[in-house]
Design a protein around this ligand. Structure first.
Ligand SMILES: CCCCCCCC/C=C\CCCCCCCCCCCCC/C=C/C(=O)SCCNC(=O)CCNC(=O)[C@H](O)C(C)(C)COP(=O)(O)OP(=O)(O)OC[C@H]1O[C@@H](n2cnc3c(N)ncnc32)[C@H](O)[C@@H]1OP(=O)(O)O
Ligand code: FAD
Length: 692
């Protein structure tokens, strides 16, 4: 890239600066960073990581040096070039999902084929019959057809049952007629639809013999395969500029009595019989919502790397950045001279940032749990057993809501912790935040999703408590954490915390009891208000959100603690258990996650009377103790995430700490610096290219 400003060569950063400071930080670590990285990725994935990163970093098509200076059209063009090159690489290297996941992560460029890979193909796999897979999935995998997932409409997104697009079965021709009866039925927000896709999975109300069977998925060809123009009776467009995600063509589409063959209704679970239009029921009414469950689980497993990325930038920058001389503990160099304090040494900065490191590690262990639960469900459902679906739906909805909310809050916390430079695109936070933000809305708005989790929790509570002998459920409590804490609460509704010193709060048993008691207490309270005091659902929505959050926080806490203590077959966990140094630092991080989470929601723990007010104060002191304990390891804990510089794309978070050199170098490339301003009011032109 061209530099438009010549920076005087005599200028050097003041001493000692970034690189030295980060080296000093790295020397403080109490554990082996490479070992922790291995725990996070596992041997096989770490090999994959390096192989894929090398390919991506060496390919000029993926060069991101211009990225912060691009407008929407340029961004979209860049994204489409990236998609094409990625497809070539998939073919050349025979990449499978595991490799592709790494490639997409490193590329960090939401593109027009994202919905094709992330939603169109998974829906065909999950809901198509063998014949439908042959017809649609095979060409989709070969990128001969490009698809999208068209569910949301201009007038309805959260309420899927309220969708207005119809698919009416026409027995005479054995076809469906896809129609948008109102303006509000226009599909809207659909990723890849605006300019790219030639096929769509359209969620539409299935109507046969005058009866509405609810939303079902249909494959519809939407553009001509040669001209790429919309097919007759179909109107398509891009929905326009957005808060972020502008490298993707989110689109709208309207159908005017468009006919498709009966074959195109995805029929693995429910079918319409030829001629009679008879509806064959699915084994579970919600299987047509299957893609949402899968994508929610994938989103949860991605949160750890999002948090890790934000924490890496903010922690490294805070180590490098110095402000003020601390009057009580002035920082002295070896030669005795006094320098300004690194902002990472301020306890307020630590209190804002270290919990983000802890959240990332917590999400790492819960991602494993989510993947295991999804894998178990897939295994069972392939033999017709859908009994795990309710659990999976409840935990994936609540965890998607809790963890993505946590992630966007933490990205913003980290950005602000970088002061003014956090507001510059060069911080690496701006595009990152803009592109990540829709995770709180898509695949279910984060508040709506908590209704689903709460519904499950209330149902389970009622089921257990309405039984004459609730202990009958004890055998299920090993596998079902909800039943386990409800039983514990019923047996001991007045549990009290036994901590008498701050460090007592490091006891994992005390921590677990706190979270179990709190969530069971809150659920019991909501059940009482709805069932006995006859409160309406709407009047309880704030409490509904609270119980989903409390339940999912408990899951995060439980998964972290279990990972530290329970013997496991898992290769990563065995490495963790075999290293005392790693176990020690991970225990501090786990304690910080748990106690900081408690402290933030202290009202719930006091209200449930598990804690007393003096104990709340002790807990806070223990949080401060943990910040001090973690401080020497802070930089190494983020180094262990191994987020590459090419992905961070940040002047503030670079591994080598050369913050100031990079800031001025990148600023010199701002194209505006290549223009001169014509301020003469009599001239029409305002800006022209400068002669360099
Ligand atoms: C450091 C370590 C490094 C490791 C290495 C890392 C490598 C790299 C890793 C990662 C990189 C990052 C990867 C992450 C990337 C992730 C990217 C993902 C991209 C995704 C792109 C997405 C684009 C967006 C797409 C969309 O948004 S599509 C549209 C989505 N729309 C919605 O979600 C709508 C939400 N609404 C609903 O789901 C429903 O309307 C409802 C709210 C659930 C209500 O439904 P309704 O039919 O009205 O049901 P109810 O009456 O309320 O309930 C009835 C009953 O059904 C049950 N139910 C409901 N839904 C489901 C379901 N889905 N499944 C099962 N059951 C369901 C419900 O519980 C009720 O049950 P009961 O009656 O028994 O109570
Ligand atoms: C970048 C991006 C990409 C997307 N990609 C796709 C795609 O590829 N395909 C697709 O089909 N969709 C896509 N979507 C759409 C997305 O799934 C929906 O926007 C999402 O499901 C939320 O629905 P909504 O917009 O109708 O929100 P609304 O339901 O209108 O929500 C608005 C507000 O009302 C509140 N609210 C609504 N109902 C209730 C209630 N019952 N109780 C309490 N509060 C309520 C919500 O909490 C929210 O705060 C995308 C969205 C974005 C932003």
């Amino acid at each position: 890239m061209v530099s438009y400003v010549k920076i005087p060569s005599h200028l050097k950063p003041s001493d000692p600066q970034g690189p030295d400071l980060l080296t000093q930080e790295r020397n403080l670590a109490s554990f082996d960073v490479k070992e922790l990285t291995l725990v996070l990725y596992g041997i096989k994935d770490l090999e994959r990581y390096h192989t894929i990163l090398k390919i991506i970093e060496n390919d000029p098509v993926f060069d991101k040096s211009n990225i912060y200076f691009m407008g929407r059209n340029e961004l979209f063009e860049h994204a489409i070039k990236k998609e094409k090159r990625l497809v070539q690489l998939i073919r050349e290297n025979k990449w499978k999902v595991e490799e592709l996941q790494f490639a997409e992560w490193f590329l960090d460029m939401p593109g027009p084929f994202g919905a094709h890979r992330g939603m169109f193909i998974p829906t065909l796999i999950g809901q198509g019959t063998k014949e439908q897979k042959e017809k649609f999935l095979v060409p989709a995998l070969n990128y001969q057809i490009i698809g999208c997932y068209a569910q949301t409409e201009l007038g309805h997104g959260s309420n899927v049952k309220g969708l207005e697009t119809t698919a009416i079965y026409i027995p005479e021709t054995d076809e469906f007629e896809i129609h948008s009866p109102y303006l509000t039925a226009s599909k809207w927000w659909v990723g890849g639809l605006g300019k790219t896709a030639n096929h769509a999975i359209v969620m539409a109300q299935l109507i046969s013999n005058g009866k509405n069977y609810g939303p079902h998925p249909f494959v519809v060809q939407i553009r001509d395969m040669k001209t790429h123009l919309p097919l007759p009776s179909i109107t398509i467009g891009d929905i326009g500029p957005k808060f972020g995600f502008n490298s993707t063509d989110n689109g709208f589409i309207l159908f005017e009595h468009v006919r498709i063959p009966r074959f195109n209704m995805l029929s693995k679970f429910s079918q319409i019989k030829k001629g009679t239009g008879e509806y064959i029921n699915p084994p579970n009414q919600k299987l047509s919502y299957g893609t949402m469950v899968l994508v929610r689980a994938i989103i949860i497993s991605g949160v750890r790397v999002t948090l890790a990325r934000a924490a890496t930038i903010a922690i490294r920058y805070s180590a490098v950045r110095r402000q003020f001389i601390d009057k009580d503990e002035p920082k002295k160099l070896e030669d005795g001279s006094i320098v300004e304090t690194s902002i990472l040494d301020y306890t307020m900065q630590q209190y804002r940032l270290f919990p983000v490191i802890a959240q990332s590690y917590a999400c790492f262990f819960t991602a494993k749990m989510m993947v295991n639960l999804y894998t178990e469900y897939t295994k069972q459902s392939s033999s017709g057993d859908y009994s795990l679906l309710a659990d999976l739906h409840a935990s994936s909805s609540g965890l998607k809501s809790l963890t993505t909310t946590m992630a966007v809050d933490s990205i913003e916390d980290c950005r602000r912790a970088c002061g003014g430079h956090g507001y510059s695109s060069f911080s690496g936070f701006v595009k990152f935040y803009q592109d990540y933000l829709p995770n709180t809305t898509w695949e279910g708005d984060n508040y709506i999703l908590t209704h689903q989790t709460a519904r499950y929790l209330l149902k389970t509570f009622r089921q257990v408590t309405s039984h004459k002998n609730p202990e009958i459920y004890a055998s299920q409590s090993n596998k079902n954490p909800t039943i386990s804490y409800i039983l514990q609460y019923l047996n001991e509704p007045n549990q009290k915390c036994t901590a008498i010193t701050p460090s007592d709060f490091n006891n994992h048993e005390i921590q677990l009891r706190a979270f179990k008691h709190r969530v069971a207490f809150l659920i019991a309270n909501v059940v009482d208000q709805i069932d006995n005091q006859k409160k309406s659902w709407n009047s309880m929505l704030v409490e509904i959100n609270r119980i989903s959050r409390a339940h999912c926080q408990y899951l995060l806490v439980q998964n972290f603690i279990t990972a530290l203590h329970q013997p496991s077959e898992d290769e990563s966990l065995r490495m963790l258990h075999n290293s005392p140094a790693l176990k020690e630092v991970m225990t501090s991080i786990c304690n910080l996650f748990v106690l900081h989470t408690m402290e933030k929601d202290i009202g719930d723990f006091l209200e449930s009377e598990y804690l007393t007010t003096p104990q709340a104060r002790l807990l806070r002191i223990q949080v401060y103790n943990l910040l001090k304990e973690i401080r020497p390891n802070a930089v190494s804990l983020v180094d262990a995430f191994l987020i590459p510089d090419s992905l961070l794309c940040s002047a503030l978070g670079r591994y080598d700490g050369k913050v100031y050199e990079t800031m001025i170098d990148w600023a010199s490339k701002e194209p505006l610096n290549g223009m001169t301003l014509d301020f003469n009011p009599n001239n029409d032109t305002f800006i022209r290219k400068a002669k360099l």
